[in-house]
Design a protein around this ligand. Structure first.
Ligand code: AMP
Length: 190
């Protein structure tokens, strides 16, 4: 099975490119932000806990996220060709936990795909998305906070995957389809 992590700061296009990857390669999408927003919508305990962190642009605690991912991985059917993790792992501890969970299934992350986008472009995209997304965390202060959390806490996850030998970077701003061509080349050569 093909296990991929799509990685990058908020606004880097992880969701958009994930959709294209899923369509072409038949992977299952595990997007922690989407799962949490759904829990909030359904008013679950997990949703109520998560909302406090999300609305401040902070990370939901590792143990909550790791438990949630363990449940999701347990649900994965054998029919799937693999999984793309989107928005996870966001801390080195999450990356270590993911490695252990997959090892229990004799699997591992084959690719960590980093979408590199300059900060001013991220702010431009996130501010534009705020006009239509309806997301309570797309406000100017929260966007700043989320970028800072990314830089301070999440970006070290790249070093973990560099050491694992699975880190690859796509550093292109442009049309969605052009970026996807670079991504296809990387996946097809795995
Ligand atoms: P996203 O949709 O990926 O931008 O996630 C939205 C928010 O959900 C983040 O700003 C965090 O508050 C929370 N979140 C999503 N994924 C994680 C994660 N892996 N670890 C901690 N918090 C997360």
């Amino acid at each position: 099975m093909l296990y991929i992590v799509i990685f990058g700061p908020p606004g880097s296009g992880k969701g958009t490119q994930s959709e294209k990857i899923i369509e072409k390669y038949g992977l299952t999408h595990i997007a922690t932000g989407d799962i949490l927003r759904n829990e909030i919508k359904n008013g679950t305990n997990l949703g109520n806990t998560a909302k406090e962190f999300i609305d401040k642009g902070q990370l939901v605690p590792d143990e909550t996220i790791i438990r949630m991912i363990e449940n999701k991985i347990a649900e994965i059917k054998n029919q799937t060709k693999g999984v793309i993790f989107d928005g996870f792992p966001r801390t080195v501890d999450q990356a270590i936990a993911l490695k252990d969970m997959l090892a229990d299934r004799n699997e591992k992350i084959k690719l960590m795909l980093y979408l590199e986008v300059p900060r001013d472009e991220l702010i431009r995209r996130l501010s534009k998305r705020a006009e239509t997304s309806g997301r309570t965390d797309d406000t100017p202060e929260t966007i700043e906070n989320r970028l800072k959390v990314y830089e301070d806490i999440t970006s070290p996850v790249m070093e973990f995957y560099k050491q694992e030998g699975t880190f690859r970077c796509v550093s292109k701003i442009g049309a969605i389809d052009e970026i996807f061509i670079d991504i296809e080349k990387i996946i097809d050569n795995l």
